[in-house]
Design a protein around this ligand. Structure first.
Ligand code: 6R9
Length: 681
């Protein structure tokens, strides 16, 4: 198991995990909803907190005025806006639309202009132990050089640049340099395969790809550039004119003359002064691809003014950031939205000092994270439940060996955090005192939406609790009616918010269909939720065909199509089975093509098939998507209309008695499946 940044890290990892044979030990929903422990803020914390109860009152009194005030207070505008929200083109919102600004100027330059140039922006720690300290003045020079270099490579405002990088200072610099010249960045997680990279490059029609020779993972250099070369050899990536390569590991790389350029050749030599391109508030800032319910990833589009406003507002209030004294660390990878909003934009907009760490939490030892907390005196720490659960497994004596007393607030994101993990996090990492903020949000929402406010909310283990001031969220039933306290249903967002997605790149209809058609006028998040007797919201996981493995979104359909693209497979069905460590684990049921069916009859043959298919999925999508188990079956359970009944397969995968199978077209199928797997039907 490789726990990792806030979005987990298992995907870069090929480590086999033991098959979980027992039923998930996670507490049942009923247990969750009877959670009675609460932790009111200490008087001391409340007195110094950025967030005060009046924030809720202000937002309730006039929501739009509230957001306009945040936008004016937290963001510097080149041209002030006069209109807060234009919802006439719903569901595509326009926030602060007649204002102009620049994201990189806001994240970097204005701090230097305010005399804070010597403040550390990033304490970088490489996995091998190399370090680099970057001040805001350094950032300004570096981002300006990179912006000049990109412009010299022909990148213009409105173009797209794909960034495929390890966790390096240059990754943040690259993102900000794009923003500085008005180009949209599209970061593709470094653990994704060449094929996944190619389809994203093609969809975004990127002009430049920024990458590195490699990065350090688990004590060894891990190459990246070869995947870019492979991606660009395939069809669909013709838009790419240049590949800009950061030297990190000094591994040998293939070089395409005229196309490939070294970062140190063109960025380090560029002018360190650059006038930002002032853009309209609705100018695209980035596209980030995420799994949907179909096989094709969605390019989630975010624009500038509203996104920056909510990034800064949430980072300031949810993490209680005091930029003069705090050291903040979000363990996410910049390949995920958490890394965008809570490493690059939120913290830097607020002038924070942060830690950025390249590697894995257990290299060279399982106390590496806590060693870094001690070394940099980290005070605010943000990670994912999957990482917390891994640390629980490693044992509390490991964090106990380090001085964690600098920590004053802990955050969680990516999946529901079970109360046990929440309590462990607070007690072992937080010294029994730190508030814990369990933050619910999505790539699509751009920034945190539901979370306790530290210093204000009495926290409750396992619940994300309340919409932030300015956010309208609710839980509704099938008829879109809000459920009463104690009831369950679907999580919806009922009013537009500044950092909301502005669409799916190139596919307005899919944007409308995916989020706005289930409940007209309401944004459907795809998550099931309950309201407890206090009205607090509990997230219960996805209700669509999206799985959450170690906090990563994976689509069942995407993995199914990867499996079927292999010659061995006739048909495949994928389910997310609950798993103690990773939340969910990918379990695939496959029907082999006739000529291969016999091969699976021996243990050796089925092991070989399983390995071939797991490797195939890793190649098609990335190691994160590798099924934990592959079960060869003679049939798949289908309804009369031909829909696979994944619910029944989930029962099998979780070793439960199979539920109601009466709507199956052929009721004997489940018996056949069970018999083939050696289980009593
Ligand atoms: C930020 C991020 C979004 C999905 C979301 C939900 C799950 C995220 C959560 C949570 C329960 C939390 N999720 N945070 N579930 N409690 N605090 O993770 O974005 O990768 O787009 O995933 O993650 O299911 O719908 P993204």
């Amino acid at each position: 198991m490789r726990p990792g940044e806030a979005r987990g890290r298992t995907e870069r990892d090929d480590a086999e995990e033991p098959v979980t044979d027992t039923q998930s030990s996670s507490p049942s929903l009923e247990n969750l909803l009877h959670e009675t422990r609460t932790f009111p803020p200490s008087g001391e914390f409340a007195a110094q907190a950025n967030a005060q109860p009046s924030l809720y009152e202000d937002a309730a009194a006039d929501r739009l005025e509230f957001w306009a005030r945040q936008a004016r207070d937290l963001v510097t505008w080149r041209t002030p806006f006069t209109e807060t929200l234009d919802w006439s083109g719903a569901p595509v919102a326009r926030w602060f639309a007649d204002g102009t600004l620049n994201a990189a100027y806001n994240a970097v330059d204005r701090h230097v202009e305010a005399g804070l140039g010597d403040r550390v922006a990033i304490h970088f720690e490489g996995e091998p132990g190399d370090t680099r300290t970057v001040t805001y003045a350094d950032m300004q020079r570096e981002v300006s050089r990179a912006a000049n270099a990109l412009a010299a490579l022909g990148v213009e405002s409105g173009d797209r640049v794909v960034i495929y990088m390890p966790m390096l200072v240059e990754s943040a610099v690259a993102m900000l340099a794009c923003a500085r010249i008005g180009a949209a960045h599209s970061v593709v997680f470094g653990g994704f395969s060449a094929d996944a990279l190619r389809s994203r490059i093609a969809d975004a029609e990127a002009k430049v790809v920024i990458t590195a020779d490699g990065g350090y993972r688990r004590g060894a250099p891990s190459p990246l550039k070869p995947a870019v070369d492979e991606a660009l050899r395939g069809e669909g990536a013709e838009s790419v004119e240049h590949v800009l390569v950061v030297r990190r590991t000094e591994q040998d790389v293939d070089w395409t003359e005229g196309r490939d350029v070294w970062w140190h050749d063109v960025v380090d030599t560029a002018d360190d002064v650059h006038e930002p391109t002032w853009v309209e508030a609705e100018h695209p800032l980035f596209i980030l691809y995420t799994s949907g319910t179909t096989g094709k990833p969605k390019g989630i589009l975010h624009t500038t003014g509203g996104y920056l406003t909510q990034a800064a507002y949430t980072h300031k209030n949810v993490f209680d950031l005091k930029p003069e004294s705090d050291v903040y660390w979000c363990s996410a990878d910049i390949g995920w939205v958490t890394g965008h909003t809570y490493i690059v934009y939120g913290p830097m907009l607020n002038g924070a000092t942060q830690v950025m760490y390249e590697g894995t939490p257990d290299t060279p030892h399982k106390g590496r994270w806590w060693e870094l907390v001690e070394k940099y005196k980290v005070s605010l720490f943000y990670t994912a439940p999957t990482a917390i659960r891994a640390c629980m497994k490693w044992g509390e004596e490991i964090p106990a060996g380090f001085d964690l007393s600098s920590l004053r607030l802990l955050g969680s994101v990516g999946e529901p955090i079970n109360p046990e993990a929440w309590m462990w996090y607070r007690r072992v990492i937080g010294g029994d005192t730190t508030p814990i903020v369990d933050t619910w949000w999505q790539t699509e929402t751009g920034a945190i939406m539901i979370s306790p406010l530290p210093g204000v909310t009495a926290t409750k283990p396992g619940s994300a609790q309340v919409p932030l001031p300015g956010i309208s969220a609710d839980v509704v039933d099938d008829e879109a009616k809000p459920v009463p306290d104690g009831g369950g249903g679907y999580l919806v967002l009922s009013e537009p918010w500044p950092s909301m997605l502005r669409g799916i790149w190139g596919d307005l209809q899919r944007f409308k269909d995916t989020y706005w058609s289930r409940f007209p006028g309401l944004y459907f998040a795809g998550d099931g939720a309950k309201k407890d007797e206090d009205g607090d919201i509990w997230l219960l996981g996805r209700v669509d065909d999206v799985m959450n493995v170690s906090g990563h979104r994976l689509s069942t359909t995407e993995i199914e199509s990867a499996l079927v693209s292999n010659d061995l497979v006739a048909e495949a069905a994928v389910v997310g089975a609950s798993d103690e460590m990773s939340g969910q684990a990918v379990v695939a049921f496959v029907i082999l093509r006739g000529e291969h069916a016999d091969e699976a009859s021996t243990d050796e043959g089925s092991a070989r098939i399983e390995k071939t298919l797991r490797d195939h999925v890793a190649k098609e999508i990335g190691p994160i998507a590798k099924p934990r188990r592959i079960l060869v079956v003679p049939e798949l359970p289908k309804t009369r209309s031909g829909k696979i009944m994944r619910r029944l397969l989930r029962d099998v995968a979780e070793n439960r008695e199979v539920g109601d199978a009466t709507t199956l077209a052929d009721s004997s199928v489940m018996n056949l499946i069970q018999a083939g797997l050696g289980k009593p039907s």
